[in-house]
Design a protein around this ligand. Structure first.
Ligand code: ADP
Length: 267
């Protein structure tokens, strides 16, 4: 799984990363689904342990272009996991009150508590992506944010939060197919937003912004993974594998009990 990890200081060139890659898995789509089910079960058990131990916190950041598959990841990777232990925080266009504060204000309060997994569906990275591409603040302002973000994530990590960040890497052709599919199927019309076409025209600018963001903020304590995401089954498998491997390394323990279960009599 390390093949998709961006090492600290590594300069990312997204055009050189194959969106169709599925080389880490030798089986086909069907066997991948079987593999995913096994990972879902492991994740379910690990989440329960995380919750029982009540020590660590886990933050998953999902970023992608429109139709990139963030919702699909949330649905498929966390299938079977107790909904009480996982929270999704979705970051939309900031409200007037949010805009009255610094850009991390709205983010910090959604970070995970002990025993919790929080998935950021979009995140503080929007403040160096859409904000940069649309020049919503001047460069003198957004250019300082990479450093803030590194410091913010360091604070979270130092205080016991495990952070994983995934960029779901699709290409323009794949986005076209997915947008078309939304138009062709009446039950998917609600997902189609004509404004997505405006963003699509800015693809190159977004890629530049993503490359800078990922290159400048992939750290030991909050690594980025660029996940080939044209094949949905592969994307899910990669993310689930990285999550399971990371949680397994946390070496979590069930809390010590203060009673002897054999001596307890329930009348
Ligand atoms: P999604 O595409 O994540 O399913 P929406 O269609 O509601 O959800 O899109 C959310 C929108 O909010 C995106 O266009 C995103 O760029 C925008 N957004 C998120 N954070 C910010 C921000 N900090 N500043 C401006 N726009 C933002």
């Amino acid at each position: 799984m390390q093949r998709y990890l961006i090492k600290p200081g590594q300069k990312v060139n997204l055009a050189k990363i194959d969106t169709n890659d599925s080389s880490a898995f030798s089986g086909d789509k069907k066997s991948a689904k079987g593999e995913l089910k096994k990972l879902n079960k492991k994740l379910e058990a690990l989440q329960e342990l995380l919750f029982a131990e009540h020590k660590q916190r886990v933050l998953i950041v999902l970023q992608a272009m429109d139709t990139g598959g963030k919702d699909g990841v949330i649905r498929h990777v966390f299938e079977g996991v107790n909904p009480q232990g996982v929270r999704v925080a979705s970051f939309k266009v900031p409200t007037p009150i949010e805009l009255d504060h610094d850009y991390l204000w709205r983010v910090h309060k959604h970070t995970p508590g002990r025993g919790e997994i929080v998935v950021f569906n979009r995140s503080h990275y929007e403040d160096v992506l859409v904000v940069r591409v649309h020049e919503l603040v001047p460069e003198t302002v957004w250019s300082k944010r990479y450093e803030h973000i590194n410091q913010f994530e360091r604070l979270l990590a130092d205080e016991g939060t495990t952070i994983l960040k995934f960029y779901l890497h699709i290409d323009l052709d794949e986005q076209k197919e997915r947008l078309k599919a939304r138009l062709d199927d009446a039950s998917k019309h609600w997902k189609f937003n004509p404004d997505d076409l405006k963003e699509r025209k800015l693809w190159k600018n977004y890629m530049q912004a993503y490359e800078d963001a990922i290159s400048r903020t992939s750290t030991e304590y909050a690594p980025w993974y660029v996940v080939p995401a044209n094949r949905k089954w592969y994307r899910n498998l990669i993310i689930a594998s990285i999550m399971v491997a990371t949680l397994e390394k946390l070496n979590m323990q069930y809390p010590k009990i203060t009673f002897d279960p054999k001596k307890i009599v329930i009348e």
